[in-house]
Design a protein around this ligand. Structure first.
Ligand code: GLY
Length: 357
């Protein structure tokens, strides 16, 4: 079956291909969008040992010279120290503005390589080859790139669109259940903010079923990417519409910070953030009655129903460092119903009061 193709028309125009066998054939796809002589293939140690050789072979067969850089896996690597090592690697290998980077891996790799591409020589091309569910449905598309600071995640970065995204669904076979679940947090988010039909489809399955059913899984990935494409085309720089993609993220990031980014995945934290904000919204009459239960039942099907220690009111302070804050206000994304979302601007005082209910 040919891959599904979704074209994103933002500050750069590029295709997102979703299907089987894309890792084996990545060279020919990259060749259609790049005249580079040299490619910088960057991945973490886990992904490199699984797919580094296969991808290098395909890229070399398409006539590229491939220089590989591998860094230790995990969010702890997404920092300025690794970024400097990548810049130095590109410099040592004499990369020029007409060469290209390839991010092979999950969200950490895609975000960091994207930022290296945005900054090295003031910008060179890059291709995303996302291998995690989270990266395939969300982070590889839309051009948000960056690294973490000690003070918070993704605090330094740039908007830089890739020239191609290759989402090979076969790569999801090697994900642990934990990483699959992590990605499902973002998938449920897409249903909640924009698509009742997607949410209904999710209600009919479980995580284990989706792992077995690649046809349905690739449809779901394509639905998420189509929603993201529409949002990014309407608001690439997150002045309005794109804020909706942050549903559950303001409290979610604070939950991750509360647990020092260990023992709780991003998807789990976002799931809890979505639940908390929807319960608070129901108490204020801002969403349809019963929406929190509907959301919780769906999250349960994907093992995303968890208990966390902090109460919403204890997370408020950490939310204030969030990028969603502007001056004395914070934009809080609320779903009034499945598929219906809006960003509500609240003063910091009102937001704190909202969390205290
Ligand atoms: N992950 C949210 C965004 O790309 O805007």
């Amino acid at each position: 079956m040919p891959p599904k193709k979704i074209t994103v028309k933002a500050s750069g125009v590029y295709d997102v291909l979703i299907g089987s066998g894309l890792l084996d054939n990545c060279g020919e796809h990259v060749r259609t969008v790049s005249k580079a002589q040299k490619l910088g293939l960057i991945s973490d140690d886990n992904v490199n040992s699984l797919y580094g050789d296969k991808v290098t072979k395909s890229l070399e067969n398409a006539g590229f010279e491939v220089c590989r850089y591998v860094f230790p896996h995990g969010e702890a690597s997404k920092n300025s120290a690794t970024l400097i090592k990548i810049w130095d690697f590109l410099c040592e290998n004499h990369f020029t503005r007409t060469d290209c980077l390839v991010a092979l891996g999950g969200g950490v790799t895609g975000d960091m390589v994207g930022f290296a591409a945005a900054s090295y020589l003031r910008g060179i091309d890059f291709v995303q080859i996302p291998t995690s569910l989270l990266a395939q449905v969300d982070s590889s598309v839309g051009g948000k790139t960056g690294i973490d600071l000690l003070g918070g995640k993704n605090l330094v970065g740039a908007f830089k669109q890739p020239i191609l995204v290759l989402a090979d669904i076969d790569a999801l076979d090697t994900l642990t259940d934990e990483f699959f679940t992590d990605g499902m947090g973002e998938v449920v988010k897409y249903g909640m903010i924009k698509s009742a039909p997607l949410f209904e489809k999710l209600e009919k399955h479980t995580g284990a079923e989706l792992r077995e059913n690649k046809e349905v899984l690739s449809e779901i990935i394509a639905e998420c990417v189509s929603i993201k494409r529409d949002v990014v085309e309407a608001d690439e720089r997150e002045k309005g519409e794109r804020m909706l993609l942050n549903f559950g993220h303001t409290l979610g990031h604070s939950i991750e910070q509360y647990y020092s980014y260990t023992g709780i995945s991003h998807g789990m934290a976002v799931a809890k953030g979505m639940e908390m904000i929807t319960s608070l919204a129901e108490k204020q009459g801002l969403c349809s009655a019963g929406l929190p239960e509907k959301l919780s039942a769906c999250l349960k099907k994907y093992d995303l129903k968890i208990n966390v220690k902090p109460m919403p009111s204890e997370l408020g302070e950490a939310c204030l460092n969030d990028k969603k804050r502007s001056g004395g206000s914070i934009n809080v994304v609320i779903c009034s119903d499945v598929g219906e979302s809006s960003a509500v601007k609240m003063t910091v005082e009102k937001f704190m009061e909202f969390l205290r209910q």
